[in-house]
Design a protein around this ligand. Sequence first.
Ligand code: ADP
Length: 486
Amino acid sequence: MANPNVQPKYNQLFINNEFVDAVSGKTFETLNPANHKVIAKVAEGDKADIDKAVVAAKKAFARDSEWRTMYPGSRGELMLKLCALMERDRNHLANLESLDNGKPYTEADLDVTYAQATLQYYSGWVDKVYGETINAGTGLNSVTRKEPVGVVGQIIPWNYPILMLAWKWGPALAAGCTIVMKPAEQTPLTALHLAALTKEAGFPAGVINVVPGFGPTAGAAISEHPEIKKVAFTGSVPIGRIIMEAAAKSNLKRVTLELGGKSPVVVCEDFDVDSAVDIAHDALFSNHGQSCCAGSRTYVHEKIYDQFVAKAAAKAKARKVGCPFAAETLQGPQIDDEMFNKVLGYIESGKQQGAKLECGGKRHGDTGYFIEPTVFSNVQDNMKIAQEEIFGPVQSIFKFTNLEEMIERANNTNYGLAAAIITNDLNKAMKFSDAVEAGSVWVNCYDAVIPQAPFGGYKQSGIGRELGKDGVLSYLETKTVTMKIQ
Ligand code: ADP
């Protein structure tokens, strides 16, 4: 049940299965984006705390440690126990997520479900990771072993705090790694609650450490750390670059990056217009547009363009914006003042560059970071709103004439996270799926992300894949052992 008065139980760093203050004694405030009020003061970790967490994680990863010598199935059982505890605390977790992030309670509740599904999926991988036997026919026999990379650093964003945590913890735990995680400074609370649940589930001390703090301090300490063997990051392209550079300069730690996007949704003329409007609407407005794979370029065939625009604007206008805890709310506030101002800035630039504002276009209400669901038509490929990631509730609708030209335009971006085509024509769907440069292609649906299938970006949308088998492989090293047959 939605409860806007939920209070966090934990506000310290979680290191070696204990909640502790930051070495510096510093704290920072986490705010409710719906009313700017302080929810809690949270311990602010930085380099000294990351160092402590790495010591704990290294100890937990020692060759003779409980974690390393555990029967693999028991690791899976711990993960399932964590899922069960999440179920017990579902209500608290969903409320806390909604309070700290601003997303509707019902969506936060769904995020708990998807996070559980991810952990459950990966709990099945613990004993299914193995290598190959390679016989070169030269009297040598080689086998490959898959081994956990070691201590991993994980830096996550604020848009799906619980879910991004599960995407990171699931494969790392399945692989047998130990973890130092930094949640986003805007949304540290649910990660701390989940950390407490790992202790209750019985994870050995040091396997999972959670250190809230800021990017340039705690985050940088992770990406620069000489003892961290891999860093997994989800966030923006500029920070991804910084992290990769730091990884290269320090110890060449492995890097996986899940970055931004400017994903096209191509609506063909053969599809039912109302259904297409619904798919394209959810593709953009879900999570207030704060999604790396948001369908932020809606391309509509000229034959249905005017109808589509009218219906899309009507749907956006009807989207209920308000208190995240109210049952009818579909859209809460943006995460913070920085993002709020950035999104409003993009809206201004759309107006100035000649896109046609169909609805929305300004702040909603006078407190909280709420923005009206906004639709622009007549958007041209060279406009700023067509090229840059807005990360807000702003739908840009373009017109197209033929699919060949459309594919060129879809690919004319440095991003390549996702793409969708909406059509009943199998040939168009196949041609588009074949030619589009994106890590996920959806046909007649959007955001259909499942734990079993890999997710990640082409081009500057990232490096590596999360979820699925690829996800767990990214936490493993391959060792080749070659024996001579005497
Ligand atoms: P967003 O635009 O989604 O906030 P960011 O890339 O700014 O994305 O932040 C995502 C995560 O990266 C957050 O946890 C943030 O604290 C962290 N971060 C920001 N700057 C750095 C940095 N210089 N080094 C490491 N992590 C960082």
